[in-house]
Design a protein around this ligand. Sequence first.
Ligand code: MLT
Ligand code: ZN
Length: 448
Amino acid sequence: MSSLAAALREVVGKDHVLTDPDMKSGYEIDWLRQYIDDTPCVVRPHTAEEVAGVLRACAAAGVGVVPQGGNTGLVGGSTPRDGAVVLSMQRFTELGDVDVRSMQVTAGAGVTIEQLQLHARAAGLDFAVDWGARTTATVGGAVNTNAGGSRVVRFGTMRAQVMGLQAVLADGSIITQLGGLPKETAGPSLVQLLVGSEGTLAVVTAVRLRLVPWYQHTAAALVACDSLMHAVGLLPALRRLPNLDAVEVLLPEALKIACKHLGVTPPLDPASAGAFVMIDCAAHRDPTDELAELLSSYTGVLAVGAQRDQLYAIRDHVTIAIGALGKPLKLDVAVPVLHLDRLVRAVRAGLRELAPRAQLVVFGHLAEGNLHVNVLGAGDAEGALKELVLTTAIELGGTISAEHGIGVAKAEWLERLKGPAHVAALRAIKGALDPGGLLNPGVLLPVE
Ligand code: MLT
Ligand code: ZN
C-alpha cells in the first residue's frame, strides 16, 4: 500500500491522501453505523483529471476503488470493503451559474442537495429532488442511486433531472456531456446508463441538472386514515390537485418515535389511526384553500396549512429516530399502490411468527407505493425477515429497491428481481466498461 499511497500523492498532493486511522475513520463508516470496514487510504481528488490518475494508479496496483459522496446511503454502497481505496468526492464543490433561460445548472458531484437548492433559489428557481439527508447527501450520490425522496409525485426521480454529466471511466478516459440539450437522438444515452449505476461503471464528477420553478407558497396537511388501504384511497382525489408536491405516509409507530425523538407532542394521536398521510402542495399562490376544500369531507385532518415546518421536521427525523433506537433491518421496497396493504399485512404476519418482540417502523412515499420497512430487535430472524419482505415485494410486482439502491445489501437479490438475462446484460456492460472490476466491487452485482 505504501507504494500506492505514494503514487496517489503524486496525483492529488500529499494533503489529500489520508492514511492516518483517525483521519480515515469518518470515511469508513456510514451515517447509520451499519456498514463499517477499513480502507488502506482515502484519496480526495479535485478534478476529473485527478480522478483519472487515481483510477490508473489503483488499477496498476490491483486495488478496488469505492467512490464516496455524502455517505448517507443506506445499502453499503459507499463504504470500503475488501481493502478498497475510498475515493472521496467531497472536493467537487463547484456550482456553475444558474441558466434561467434553459432552467439548468452544472454542479460538482460533491455539492450537497441543500447547497444546490439554495443556489437555485437565489436565482428564483429550485431543485426538485429533496429528502431528509439534504444537508449531507451529494449530487454525485443522488445520481448514482437515482435518488427519489418526497417530490417524485410531481417531478420524478433524479433520473428526470439529469440533463448531462461528466464521468471518468475505469481506464481513466473522461466523458463530458454537460451541454444540457433537451433534445438529442444520437444513440443510446451513456449519461442515463450511469444514473443508478452506483459507482460501478464510472466516477461521476459533475452533473448538468434541470431546475424547476421555486414555489414559495405551500400548504401541508396530515390526514389520519383508518388503514393503509384508506390512505391509498385518497390518492385519486389528491392527484387532481394541480399543485400536489408530496404525498408521504407514516404508520403510527413512525409518527410516534419521530415525535419522541424530537421531543414534541404528536400533531395527531398515533393511536388514533392505522396510517397517517402527509400532503404537501406548493404553488406561486397560496394553495391552502384548494387543499382545504379537497379535504373538507374527510375527518381526522390536522388543520390544513398549519404546522408545515413541524410536519416536515417529524417526517425528516424518522430515519434518525430509528437509528437512535438501534441498528435496524432496513428495507426500501415499492409495490403497485393497490398492493401496499397486502405487503404490510404480510410483513406483520411474518413478524408475528419470526420475531414477535421486534419493533416495526414503516413509513415512506405513498404516491409511489414506496415503503421503508424498518425492523428493530429482530436478532437472528433478520435474514428470514429480509427474505420475506423482498420476496413479497417481488411477488406483488414490486421492487427490492425504490430509491436507496442495491448496494452490497441486496446484490445477491438482483437476479431474483430482474432475472438471469437482465443480470447477464448488466454484467456484460460492467465487463466492457470496467473489465478489471476496479469500480465499487461487490456493489450492485455480486463478485463472481
Ligand atoms: C426517507 O424517505 O426518509 C429516506 O429514504 C430514508 C430512509 O428510508 O430511512
Ligand atoms: Zn425515502
